[in-house]
Design a protein around this ligand. Structure first.
Ligand code: FAD
Length: 114
């Protein structure tokens, strides 16, 4: 069972993981699956570390750092049943980089366009 709280609900754990980035969360999930009592402590208000998606502007959820799933092993997704728990991979059809002067970059062209 996953609980999120500002205070731990127990006084003892088999493992304490400092940092709720995706590596910490994967370790915690495997340990919990093996029957261990695990505490994950995260300093931010949200889990995910550099792989987090956050609502930076109201109504606009954005990958603030990592933006492609390149290093995450598919067997971990299967073993932890991440799709059943809400993981939804969105194919990266294109990317768009706006520039401060109003121009933009599109990877297909590599060129800066107006
Ligand atoms: C600019 C950039 C772009 C990237 N793009 C991609 C990409 O597109 N695709 C990809 O696969 N990988 C990408 N990576 C790599 C990927 O982000 C990392 O491999 C991955 O985030 C590492 O996960 P982690 O859980 O080890 O650490 P992190 O994601 O860094 O998570 C660490 C967590 O620990 C918390 N923490 C730290 N210290 C403490 C403390 N003392 N107490 C409590 N909590 C603490 C932090 O707040 C954070 O939530 C990118 C990395 C960078 C920097």
């Amino acid at each position: 069972m996953i609980e999120t709280s500002t205070k731990p609900s127990r006084s003892s754990y088999d493992a304490i993981i400092v940092g709720g980035g995706h590596n910490g969360l994967v370790c915690a999930a495997y340990l919990a699956k093996a029957g261990r009592r695990v505490l994950v402590v995260e300093r931010r208000h949200v889990l995910g570390g550099a792989a987090v998606s956050e609502q930076v502007f109201p109504g606009f959820t954005y990958s603030v750092c990592s933006y492609v799933v390149s290093l995450f092993r598919p067997h971990i997704m299967r073993e932890l049943e991440l799709t059943r728990h809400g993981l939804h991979i969105i194919p990266l059809d294109c990317a768009f980089l706006p520039l401060p002067d109003g121009r933009f970059l599109l990877p297909e062209t590599i060129a800066v366009e107006d």
